[in-house]
Write a protein that binds this ligand. Sequence first.
Ligand code: IPM
Ligand code: MG
Length: 358
Amino acid sequence: MGKYQIAVLSGDYIGPEIMKAGLKVLQAVSKDKNFDYEIKELPFGGAAIDKTGDPLPQETLDKCKASDAILLAAIGGPKWDQSPKRPEEGLLAIRKSLGLFANIRPTNISSVMKPYSPIKITDPVDFVIVRELTSGIYFGQPKSQTKDEAIDTMRYNADEITRVTKIAFDMAMKRKHHVTLVDKANVLATSKLWRQIVGAIAKKYPKVTYDTSYVDAAAMKIISDPFQFDVVLTENLFGDILSDEAAQITGSLGTIPSMSKGQTGPALYEPIHGSAPDIAGKGIADPISMIKSVAMMLDNSFNRSDLAQEIYLAIDRSINKKVTTPDLGGTSSTQEVTEEIIKSIQESRNEYVTNDVR
Ligand code: IPM
Ligand code: MG
């Protein structure tokens, strides 16, 4: 079999710093493990605007489409505030062009992360947000702005709701068998449609319990009682907001990866945070979100949960040793954390071999 093709979009500010970390870990974990890949680094976001004037150049899109998976770090920043095209347009365009309608954002607080959580952890926190990613108010027409009026349109059709709902319920079947639909059905017409469609689909999954929550109440429950959630299904804008909130209860936004996927074609893996211009160039960005994005890719696009598991365990061990960047209260650099994780992967492999021989 040929080598897997991985498209690499490093983007802006801390983007290249954490991508470097993610790729180093990928190289280390795949060594001698029968996982052959080739990476293609492609301009994207602000970096691509500087080069070509376009945040998503045609060549980048074509090569992403032809790849087996896409790794993206982070894009955007003040440098392009006045630019005729913003880096974020590239992000929305790649999601839309590749049909990546389902965005999976995990929130789990492993025992090593408990001390970092700003909330009181009385039970396991392990849920996943399934965010609709290619419709809703981000994309609805009309969208316009004049000097004294601006319009955004929240629009959904039945197919868009159905396909992402199926992903959420299928995921619940492999997890704790519970789906919560988050909406604003007491006000919004789109939410009323979501309720109708999701309610009907829920009946086809008798093994999955199903409930609904208004988004304002859900925002509260993520802080007061996050233990109740398993799969949280929601539309684009609510998912954007709630996933940052959910990330923060784990202790740091800098540790959360995500996967965006469609019906067919390559999936895209990226940290849920942005490009953090304030800490760029200082070498202190937390690489864990990117390294976990690599693990999610190995597991979901390449069926290598063995390698993903090695990465997750090594991350936990490095946090346990308090080798962490400042967002987790540590004094280590991006590079030191990355090296610690790699060392931990290698050491546990050596131990395994030694035990085996004995
Ligand atoms: C995210 C980001 C993006 C979004 C921005 C950068 C356009 O916040 O992936 O959550 O709103 O989707
Ligand atoms: Mg966001």
